[in-house]
Ligand binder design. Structure first.
Ligand SMILES: [Zn+2]
Length: 518
């Protein structure tokens, strides 16, 4: 045998409690589970006192649009928290298919595109290019709706004509034939905010016909949370599409009271149709694009119209009035990164405003104006109790909504969820009695695997791929808002396709992650 993991407490991913057994690995797969005390292997890992679980599956991941799969393909921040497979292409943005080069503008809110060169157009060509490379985790991808749309109508912001909808549906189903696992949409972002209902309907139908997943970033997570959830659920009831709501939450204190109602709608839809889940990250602060604090009209034409509006005196005054009318303490917003270096990363808007002798609202506009295409911020606007409730909810999965970074990422801060989500959740389960650890692991493994439609992953079973995470009961995240580049404690081994990817704090150079196709 290639490898034996012995003496561990097996949590097989099905939701069952832990049991004692050894695991044998051969040819990248689990070849045996049982008593292997006498068996021989090239490599023996003693997991005495530790849990042995399937590798975690991050169903809401952005390693593509943050360019992490190219900049830091070992995906250290993910592997080190036990993640062995990621689903990318979420929130409406993916790196393929590219109907035209303009499609890529859908990602510029995350990554500066200067100097970027790509050698693919179709989803199939994209996967073929990725297959030539090595990654720390397995990669699966969705088609981003904004990527499709912008590829076709460029920077125009208008509802699509019937003919255009037809073209997009064709490209979408072709992409799914070529290996995409489904579609994502990001309805709150500038270029999708205007999408007509007929567009959503016909897309949902195409996803359903191809047996894919529809990952939806709700139109609103604040005052219109309930309406936005209803909009998503209508697609489930009309078309029976397999749906996942991304990073589900109610943001801003004034809207927290809406969450129970939204959740009740999801539960009722599940009772009736099944097929609806959501994912959550275990933190009470968000990582988001700064322009989304502005009034919708000011960014409906994309970045250019934001800049024009900021320059017009009347519009600027209207924007300030809008900011002032909302019950948000802008001074507490924390700048994570800007595309143009402004030396503001790691500071709150309040601190920056004080330095310039201006108000937080004015300062916010200045940072958008001068920060370039990509200004990302952290804001604590979630209710910690609600976050826990969603994490523990039977329809909730746990995901990073992050990307695979290394610790050498310079000059900017990333959300600590990129480094600590899974350990933080397991810590809540094991040390704060959130839920039994068997059930917690199920949320990280077999539930997302089934949701995505991954074959032979997400459980420890004979014949399944040997994606495995070994962790101890003292597992805990270490990354913080000010200091995000810190690996968690208590994750001792991570195997990807049978290869040790992470071993007692060290990353292997093997990078055994592969590209997965639907
Ligand atoms: Zn999103």
């Amino acid at each position: 045998m290639q490898t034996i993991i012995k003496n561990g407490k097996i949590i097989d991913g099905s939701g069952k409690a832990a049991f004692a057994a050894d695991i044998g690995i051969n040819d990248g797969k689990i070849s045996e589970i049982g008593n292997l005390k006498k068996a021989k292997a090239k490599k023996i890992v003693d997991a005495a006192g530790k849990f042995v679980a399937p590798g975690f599956i991050d169903i809401q991941n952005h390693s593509d649009v943050y360019w992490a799969i190219f900049d830091s393909p070992q995906m250290q921040s993910l592997v080190s928290q036990g993640i062995t497979t990621v689903l990318m292409g979420n929130c409406g943005a993916s790196l393929a298919p590219l109907i035209s080069r303009d499609a890529l503008f859908s990602i510029q809110k995350w990554h500066d595109l200067a100097g970027v060169n790509l050698n693919w157009l179709t989803f199939g060509e994209y996967l073929a290019e990725l297959s030539k490379r090595k990654f720390g985790t397995n990669l699966a991808g969705l088609v981003g709706y904004s990527t499709l749309r912008r590829g076709l109508i460029k920077d125009n912001v208008r509802p699509l004509k019937n003919e255009e909808i037809k073209i997009l549906n064709k490209v979408l189903s072709k992409s799914m034939e070529q290996g995409a696992f489904g579609l994502s949409s990001g309805l709150s972002y500038a270029h999708e905010a205007i999408m007509a209902e007929s567009e959503l309907n016909s897309l949902a139908q195409t996803v359903k016909e191809s047996g894919g997943l529809f990952s939806i970033h709700l139109r609103s997570e604040s005052s219109e949370l309930v309406e936005s959830v209803s909009e998503a659920l209508e697609l489930v009831s009309k078309f029976g599409v397999n749906m996942k709501i991304s990073h589900f939450k109610a943001r801003e204190k004034d809207n927290w009271h809406l969450l129970p109602q939204a959740l009740a709608l999801i539960e009722a839809a599940y009772q009736k149709h099944g097929n609806i889940h959501f994912d959550v990250y275990p933190y009470d602060f968000v990582w988001q694009v700064l322009y989304t604090y502005l009034p919708k009209w000011s960014y409906e034409g994309g970045r250019n119209s934001i800049l024009n509006n900021l320059k017009g005196e009347t519009q600027r005054r209207k924007m300030l009035a809008y900011l002032a009318s909302r019950n948000i303490d802008y001074s507490q917003i924390f700048i994570a990164s800007t595309a143009h270096s402004l030396n503001v990363a790691g500071k709150t808007i309040g601190e920056i405003a004080a330095r310039h002798g201006t108000t937080s609202e004015e300062s916010l506009l200045d940072i958008i104006e001068n920060g370039g295409s990509e200004v990302l911020v952290f804001e604590k606007n979630l209710d910690e109790k609600q976050v826990r409730e969603l994490l523990a909810h039977p329809l909730g999965m746990v995901a990073t909504d992050g990307a695979g970074f290394s610790t050498s990422t310079q000059g900017r801060l990333v959300h600590p969820r990129c480094f600590g989500s899974m350990p933080k959740f397991l810590h809540l389960a094991l040390s704060e009695n959130l839920m039994p650890v068997g059930k917690a692991v199920q949320k990280l493994t077999s539930i997302p695997a089934a949701k995505i439609g991954l074959q032979k992953r997400g459980q420890l079973k004979k014949g399944y791929f040997a994606d495995i995470c070994i962790f101890s009961a003292d597992v805990k995240d270490a990354a913080t808002r000010e200091n995000p580049f810190r690996f968690s404690q208590g994750i001792s081994y991570v195997f990807v396709n049978g290869e040790p990817e992470f071993e007692n704090g060290n990353f292997s150079a093997s990078s055994a992650g592969i590209v997965l196709k639907k």
